[in-house]
Design a protein around this ligand. Structure first.
Ligand code: UGA
Length: 442
């Protein structure tokens, strides 16, 4: 099958590489020539375990190009996997999707199935179909299929090969057959991925409902954790006790500093926005968003309460990425917390094993003033980061941070005050050190 993938971010590139690995010929299209050159040299533009190995292994079946005209011309199946960021009002911005749709309409010369993998509001597939049917050359048969993606960053390859499910939304019989055939290798041994067919709007909804449910689970457990602090319970014991109930499950119950990343924040806002548009506000989703906003800065709130002034003091921040295992900085709680620290006059010592470069770009976008940016110093090891600091905030659960010898805090810091937003250390161990320690829900 001649498959083309539009967009080489996490969703597009991983999908393309995995489909090539199952035997398809795949052309990956992107507007960014630098990225294309990098991929043509066998390198991945994103940090994702196992991805480069699969790119090398399947290089005969993979093409990377900016030449969308040629790529779309004779494609049998085109996947759209470009970003759908948020507008300021929370609604989904579909500009990149429509840019690709327009290019497809202008260049397509054969019958084709257009598969929407990008996360798009319910009803978007219908609109895309209407646009394409009106704009493709005469006599071209076109079908639109919704095929949402469920991979998580850091485990993207595994999540695609051994996916929890493949959801395919289409009412078109020919498209149904082709999609079945395309995904057949993944539905068999050794992958055995469940394959679920439904109508397009339901498939679009599965994506939002899944992400928002997971985000809600996190906000719920974070709120319970905050309440545990008030009443003297321990969230880790509480979640252990809850997780044994198979109806609840033990996944996604880790209390922390709220969800970040490129998906949950935008997908909760987009679904909430859509529900209001339909005058059917999703109140649970609204609550989830509100809880998360406060949770992201909970560590700073605690720290600020403990210090009369932070002016001129050094504060260490361990971990910058929104979670471990990725260099992605989108909606990372570290950005909000560091901005608040700088506002309060503190100097920041920042550490992250792989995210520093992307963090520099993210913070420059947030705080354009270079004199303020210069008050952040970057370090490549934890010892140097915490040296002479009055407090340390833990923002990401990197193994280097979780396994750090807690005795060093006392040895190296000016005063020891630890604000652990990821519950990295055991309370027993910390007690032995007799230091000021705040975590979540314990
Ligand atoms: C998420 C979903 O997990 C994927 O299924 C989905 O396909 C993806 O969004 C997407 O829509 O593209 P991702 O954003 O990569 O994946 O990251 P997650 O591992 O889900 O974590 C999201 C945030 O929740 C992180 O900030 C993480 O630290 C936080 N989290 C997660 C918790 O605070 N507690 C938990 O128990 C789990």
């Amino acid at each position: 099958m001649k498959i083309v993938i539009a967009g080489t971010g996490y969703v597009g590139l991983v999908t393309g590489v995995v489909l090539a690995n199952t035997g398809h010929n795949v052309t990956c299209v992107d507007v960014d020539q630098k990225k294309i050159d990098l991929m043509n040299s066998g390198k991945s533009p994103i940090y994702e375990e196992g991805l480069e190995e699969l790119m090398v292994k399947n290089k005969e079946r993979l093409n990377y190009t900016t030449d969308y005209k040629n790529a779309y011309k004779n494609a049998e199946v085109i996947f759209i996997g470009v970003a759908t960021p948020e507008h300021v009002d929370g609604s989904a911005n579909l500009d990149y999707v429509y840019e690709v749709v327009k290019q497809i309409a202008e260049n397509l010369e054969n019958d084709c199935i257009v598969v929407i993998k990008s996360t798009v509001p319910i009803g978007t597939n219908d609109e895309i179909e209407k646009y394409l049917k009106e704009h493709v050359k005469e006599n071209i048969q076109i079908s639109i299929v919704s095929n949402p993606e469920f991979l998580a960053q850091g485990t993207a390859v595994k999540d695609t090969l051994y996916a929890s499910r493949i959801v395919v939304g289409t009412e078109d019989e020919r498209a149904k057959e082709i999609m079945r055939e395309l995904y057949e290798p993944l539905t068999k041994e050794p992958y055995n991925v469940p394959y679920i067919s439904m109508n397009r709007k339901s498939a679009e909804m599965v994506k939002y409902a899944s992400n928002d449910f997971l985000a809600l689970k996190i906000s719920y457990i974070n709120e319970i954790a905050n309440f545990c602090e008030k009443v003297g319970a321990n969230i880790e014991d509480v979640t252990k006790g809850m997780g044994y109930d198979p109806r609840i499950g033990n996944k996604f119950l880790k209390a922390g500093i709220g969800y970040g990343g490129s998906c949950f924040p935008k997908d909760t806002k987009a679904l909430h926005w859509l529900s209001r548009k339909f005058e059917a506000e999703l109140k649970t989703v609204r609550a989830c968003i509100e809880v998360n906003k406060l949770q992201k800065i909970r560590m700073y709130t605690k720290l600020k309460n403990d210090f009369k002034s932070l002016n001129g003091e050094n504060v260490a921040v361990l971990g910058l990425t929104f979670k471990a295992g990725t260099d992605d900085m989108r909606e990372a709680p570290s950005i909000d917390n560091i901005e608040l620290l700088l506002d309060a006059g503190a100097n920041v010592h920042a550490y992250d094993p792989i995210g520093i470069e992307k963090f520099k770009t993210a913070i420059a976008n947030r705080i354009p003033d270079e004199t303020v940016q210069k008050r952040i110093q970057y370090f490549d090891n934890i010892d140097a980061t915490i040296k002479d600091c009055v407090a340390v905030m833990i923002m990401t659960e990197w193994p280097e941070i979780v396994n750090y010898d807690i005795k060093n805090f006392k040895k190296l810091m000016k005063t020891v005050a630890i604000y652990d937003g990821r519950n990295c250390y055991s309370l027993e161990e910390i007690k032995k050190e007799n230091v000021k320690y705040e975590s979540i829900g314990r």
